[in-house]
Design a protein around this ligand. Structure first.
Ligand code: FCB
Length: 447
């Protein structure tokens, strides 16, 4: 299977999941520091205090990326390194870290894909109200400009937010993620303000000459249980309505305002006059993080899930499919179904798979990690990306989640998503068999 010559191959990480060094060089606390240090929130009380120590080891990590032949590396900037309390002048030492990282990547001929927000909000902004507070969107735009001022001469690819659905509905809805609040109305307010933050930052970065702007969403095909293994199965009226509603709550809630300047009818929001114009500032790419489909069925009388305001009468169901160590169902053709549909629904924008990957119970065995299950997962999903392209979807690249094993949020360090194994006691890096396989995929421009 051959991919377009310009296809971008890479891997992704996020600041809080790998950097460690949470008290160094003027970094302020983030909501994930507070949340992970609060007993009961993260498995085994794990925190990101040290993580992969990437803050100190970034040079050797970039060497590793070069050895794997990565063309692109997607990482995020920790807002509290740039503004300890989320406002005011930028911290030169925080900027200098990303400056050095970008230079090391460019020297290794790896294209930096910078994400401005992958969930580590400065705690001081949360104390003032967090994302449910409108002002946080304006603070984000100022921060985005500060980062662009320093890196914009070398970085072409800018992502505003990673998975605003997760920030809003797991952070403020069911409270499984930082800051751990449980209030459906606040979650909906947060979702709108995240979109506003995206639009404000996209507008300012565009004015400053940013070449490529992207929003990354956690999207998924919404399917009935029968559709998981039989794409041709036709749901009854009630199930079809459940599918449409969850697609609106998960994906259209973000992509319609950004790409069409309006909210779907299903969405409750408090947009002010002019907000949608800001939110629909033109962008170049939508990033898709895909792990598994979202399986639903009509269930009259079912109350709304805390993370899904507006989902009353709908039940989330299991998929009849094998699972990863996370318990997430493996449905590779969900990815092609999703890409084909989104590319058809939103022809005005290009797409990129900005995360895809799997956790398995890896073991180091004589200096090797034989993760055949991960190779199979990645190969099957890549094949589906190829099918989507053949079917006409505009997909520009594929980034594996993740370069390194890392802090998997509420699951702590037990879930390993890396191409490269990390021994947290010694910080030793061991490329897994999947990393060596991926190196060959990149070299051959396809699996
Ligand atoms: C995504 C996140 C990423 C990682 C993967 C497994 O939702 O963006 O940080 O945790 O899931």
């Amino acid at each position: 299977m051959k991919f377009p010559e310009s296809f971008v191959w890479g891997a992704a990480t996020a600041s809080y999941q790998i950097e460690g060094a949470v008290d160094e060089d003027g970094r302020g606390p983030s909501i994930w520091d507070t949340f992970s240090r609060t007993p009961g929130n993260v498995a085994m009380g794990h925190t990101g205090d040290v993580a992969c120590d990437h803050y100190h080891r970034y040079r050797s990590d970039v060497r590793l990326m070069r050895e794997l032949g990565l063309k692109a590396y997607r990482f995020s900037v920790a807002w509290p390194r740039i503004q300890a309390d989320g406002t005011g002048p930028a911290n030169p030492k925080g900027l200098a870290f990303y400056d050095r990282l970008v230079d090391a990547l460019l020297e290794a001929e790896i294209s930096p894909y910078v994400t401005l927000y992958h969930w580590d909000l400065p705690q001081a902004l949360e104390d003032r109200g967090g994302w449910p507070l409108r002002d946080t969107a304006y603070r984000f735009a100022d921060y985005a400009v500060a980062v662009h001022d320093r890196l914009g001469d070398r970085v072409e690819h800018w992502t505003t937010l990673n998975e605003p659905w997760v920030s809003a509905f797991l952070g403020y809805g069911n409270g499984v993620h930082a800051p751990g609040r449980k209030d459906a109305d606040d979650a909906e307010r947060a979702a709108h303000h995240l979109l506003l933050a995206h639009g404000l930052a996209a507008g300012r970065l565009r004015e400053l000459g940013a070449r490529s702007l992207m929003l990354v969403v956690n999207s998924a095909p919404v399917l009935t249980p029968a559709q998981v293994n039989d794409p041709a199965s036709v749901p009854g009226e009630a199930d079809a309505a459940a599918v449409d509603r969850i697609h609106a709550l998960l994906t259209r809630r973000f992509l319609d305002p950004v790409l069409r300047g309006r909210y779907p009818d299903e969405i409750r929001h408090e947009a002010r006059d002019g907000d949608l114009e800001i939110i629909s500032t033109p962008i170049d790419l939508v990033g898709i993080n895909y792990y598994n489909p979202c399986v639903v069925q009509a269930a009259p009388g079912e109350p709304a899930d805390l993370a899904w305001p507006g989902s009353e009468g709908i039940r989330f169901a299991a998929a009849d499919a094998p699972t990863t160590a996370m318990g997430w169902p493996i449905v590779p053709d969900g990815l092609s179904r999703l890409l084909v549909r989104l590319s058809r629904d939103y022809p005005e924008v290009g797409f990129m798979v900005t995360e895809n990957g799997a956790a398995f119970d890896d073991v180091v065995d004589g200096g090797r990690v034989h993760d055949d299950d991960r190779i199979a997962y990645l190969a099957e999903h890549l094949r589906e990306v190829g099918h989507a392209i053949e079917a006409g979807a505009d997909v520009r690249g594929y980034l594996v989640w993740s370069l390194l094993d890392n802090f998997e949020w509420a699951f702590g360090y037990d879930e390993r998503f890396g191409l490269v194994h990390v021994d947290y006691a010694t910080q030793a890096r061991t490329p897994k068999d999947s990393a060596l396989w991926y190196r060959d995929v990149i070299a051959g421009n396809g699996p």
